[in-house]
Design a protein around this ligand. Structure first.
Ligand code: TMP
Length: 217
């Protein structure tokens, strides 16, 4: 359990197109069905201020946004989310589910953009003030499959690719390596789940990871 709260903080991670948003929603429903009080959040975004920051981050016209500014904006949205929503929900004893958190920044900005883990963790200390997920479910899929899914979904939803869709396959391969490194460094917290099965198979695997963490064994 987190030392900063009474609730349980669970994050979902993975490449774009892994289906983590669907899985998080299913987990929330399952936890509510057994009487748990669940709060759902997502990054970048979450709070209304975070949503404004998200628009800057994803705007395909913002080509010149440099890697450090991108990382700081991710953490600006996160700091607001931690203060405004996540810590109060944890203090109220809720299970907080977040679609992405600092591991995304470690994998995307730290590894794939090359900023390095130390820089990311330095800013994390300021933005998150020691809040670390109790459990992180990381859905692992082949970047080729994930990228194809993410591109078709974004075109369907918005008709345009976002700035972060414009990365090439090599970038996504580095992100995946970043996640795998985090999972091997922190096997107690980060659980890699095979994201290539059916939605139901993945849901079952996610439940196996989560139920112990929320005291349902
Ligand atoms: P989403 O599609 O899961 O909402 O995420 C939007 C994009 O932002 C996705 O390509 C992953 C990226 N991202 C980062 O690069 N760093 C971060 O810290 C976070 C939270 C997301």
């Amino acid at each position: 359990m987190s030392t900063t709260s009474r609730g349980v903080f669970i994050t979902f991670e993975g490449l774009d197109g892994t289906g983590k948003t669907t899985q998080m929603r299913r987990l929330a429903e399952r936890l509510r069905a057994v009487g748990r009080d669940v709060f759902e959040s997502a990054e970048p975004g979450g709070t209304p201020i975070g949503q404004q920051i998200r628009r800057i981050l994803l705007d395909h016209r913002n080509h010149e946004l440099c890697a450090t500014a991108e990382m700081l904006l991710m953490f600006a949205a996160r700091a607001q989310n931690v203060d405004q929503w996540i810590l109060p929900a944890l203090a109220a004893g809720k299970i907080v589910l977040s679609d992405r958190f600092t591991d995304s920044t470690l994998a995307y900005q730290g590894v794939a953009r090359g900023l390095g883990a130390d820089v990311v963790l330095d800013v994390d200390r300021i933005a998150c003030r020691g809040l670390v997920p109790d459990l992180t479910v990381c859905l692992d899929i082949d970047p080729v499959a994930g990228l194809a899914r993410a591109h078709s979904r974004n075109r369907e939803q918005s008709g345009v690719e976002t700035r972060l869709d414009e990365q090439d396959l090599e970038f996504y391969r580095r992100v995946r390596e970043g996640y795998r490194q985090i999972a091997s460094d922190e096997p107690g917290r980060v659980k890699l789940v095979d994201g290539s099965g059916t939605v139901e198979e993945i849901e079952g695997a996610v439940w196996e990871c989560v139920r112990g963490a929320v005291g349902l064994e």
